[in-house]
Write a protein that binds this ligand. Structure first.
Ligand SMILES: [Ca+2]
Ligand SMILES: [Ca+2]
Ligand SMILES: [Ca+2]
Length: 210
């Protein structure tokens, strides 16, 4: 019986498809400094059934379109390069085109500041869409989800509002159909800076939702 199990296991292993990954060069894609938090999000923003991606890193933000045989960079007018940020795709207005949220540190001249911006996919490019009251953050994360099942994507945002390590925020914003409004989420887990208990893990959420 033991020999039979070994033979079956050997058959399963030998008949399993081997993982076949190889490095794909993307000429022009800048390296990301290891000390700077960065983010990459996949999403088929032009609906050609080929996943594209947007990357942020050391004060850059770049959209790259999948041509089927490689990637080409697509300029987004007015989009700042950021570092210590996050980016996430989501079709917040249900027009069938992926939009995106981006946060992070931006430097204009010699002045560093933070941003949190929603960019709408117009079909011919992207246009920044104001979200009144949305806090600008860095060391941040953003994620889309329809938490209240009304058919409209909402989002969560977390991060730091100053360069002096605080104040930190984590907020849920509800999509009303015409705008976004913050939602009060009662917190009973202790002071905001309480560290998680041993064994508790947190998950960074970066991805596309269509
Ligand atoms: Ca595509
Ligand atoms: Ca959209
Ligand atoms: Ca919703």
């Amino acid at each position: 019986m033991r020999n039979l199990i070994c033979i079956l296991l050997a058959f399963v292993v030998s008949s399993s498809p081997a993982a076949d990954f190889g490095k794909v060069e993307v000429p022009g894609l800048p390296p990301m400094a290891s000390a700077s938090p960065r983010a990459i999000a996949w999403g088929d923003y032009d609906n050609d059934n080929q996943l594209d991606f947007i990357a942020t890193g050391s004060l850059f933000t770049q959209l790259w379109r999948n041509t089927g045989s490689g990637f080409v960079r697509v300029p987004v007018s007015g989009l700042n390069g950021v570092s210590e940020g996050s980016v996430a795709w989501g079709d917040y207005n249900n027009d069938g085109r992926l939009d995106f949220l981006i946060t992070g540190t931006v430097v204009v001249g010699s002045t560093a500041s933070r941003l949190s911006q929603l960019w709408r996919n117009t079909g011919n490019g992207f246009a920044q869409t104001p979200v009144p009251g949305l806090p600008a953050v860095h060391n941040s994360d953003v994620a889309w989800a329809d938490y209240n099942n009304d058919g409209r994507l909402d989002f969560m945002i977390s991060g730091t509002r100053t360069f002096a390590d605080g104040p930190r925020i984590t907020q849920l914003w509800r999509n009303t159909g015409t705008n976004f409004v913050p939602v009060s989420v009662p917190w009973s887990g202790g002071p905001p800076k309480t560290r998680p208990s041993p064994g508790v893990t947190t998950t960074r959420m970066v991805g596309a939702t269509s």
